[in-house]
Ligand binder design. Sequence first.
Ligand SMILES: O=P(O)(O)OC[C@H]1O[C@H](O)[C@H](O)[C@@H](O)[C@@H]1O
Length: 372
Amino acid sequence: MEGGDFVGAGLRHFMFWLVCSQIIQGNIPRTEFGLASLHPVAALLLLEWSKGKPFVSKLRSRLRPKQMPLSIIHDADGLPRILLTEPGGSSAEVLLYGGQVVSWKNDRKEDLLFMSSKAILKPPKAIRGGIPVFFPQFGNLGSLERHGFARNRLWVLDGSSPLPPTNDQSSVDLLLKSTDEDLKTWPRSFELRLRISLGAGKLTMIPRVRNTDSKALSFTFGIRNYLSVSDISEVRVEGLETLDYFDNLMQRERVTEQADAITFDGEVDRAYLSTPTKVAIIDHEKKRTFVLRKEGLPDAAVWNPWDKKAKALADFGDEDYKTMLCVDSAAIENAIVLKPFEEWKGWQELSTVSSSYCSGQLDPRKVLQGLS
Ligand SMILES: O=P(O)(O)OC[C@H]1O[C@H](O)[C@H](O)[C@@H](O)[C@@H]1O
């Protein structure tokens, strides 16, 4: 008998006895005896089937890293808060209320996001700070409350995200589905999913809206980034020069940006249209540049209420305007329209690079041209 035949025969014998043992233990029905004794692979599959696919599930678990349990705490108001961490030492906190990032700290534990000194972190008020999501309406572009209702709703953890599973505590999937209450004010059923991922020096958000209605739905959308800055009068925004914008301080008049960088010495409330996919926010004093990258969100809103409006806002500290700037990824000018069961996907990445404009370590134009 050839060597190969010998091994084949040996395997068949081994599988045969293995299957027999399973039949005796009652794991494989007697009726399968015939098949198993015929061919080792058949026997292997039978074994798999009888033992609940141990081999396949081992393979699968090797291929699919174990999902580290998310660390969820309940804050003073009992609101579930998800803690995201990554090996580089940065962290983020996400509230299910509003599906909102309320804290993002770098590896030196410095806050990168602004949170109002008078923020109210419980329903029904929207949280003044962090990164709220505006859906299904940006601003007053419709009949709903300003910026829509998603930021005032309780989201849930999304166990059925279509995105590839992440295997550590640096990412969370959230879901907001239309409720009967919502359908009264906005008669369209939808699913809004949001993946929030933390990486070294960056925070990524992937919103997806699925139209689960039998009629088309259209919406405007915004991811509002309340950025923490050292001194607003020292901040420059690069990447929006020469663009058209709607000026909300002038009844949404359409204006063309003249400046070669946006600086701040008063209230600003603008929606820049069809912007590049990268915008740089340079904070000289902190030698830090925020780089905002975005896809599927063609516009960018820029907002600072300055002193008078700050005083008028109940959940905004009078001096808070000096240390914050909102630069949003948005779809404002053209509403997104989805046919029944169609899905839209957006993408935003906020990252920080340490910079010293004077030392030329970082030239914002190079950032925008993606050279650094
Ligand atoms: O107070 P909120 O509803 O969060 O809105 C804050 C601001 O959002 C946008 O930027 C609007 O254009 C502003 O007019 C508004 O003041």
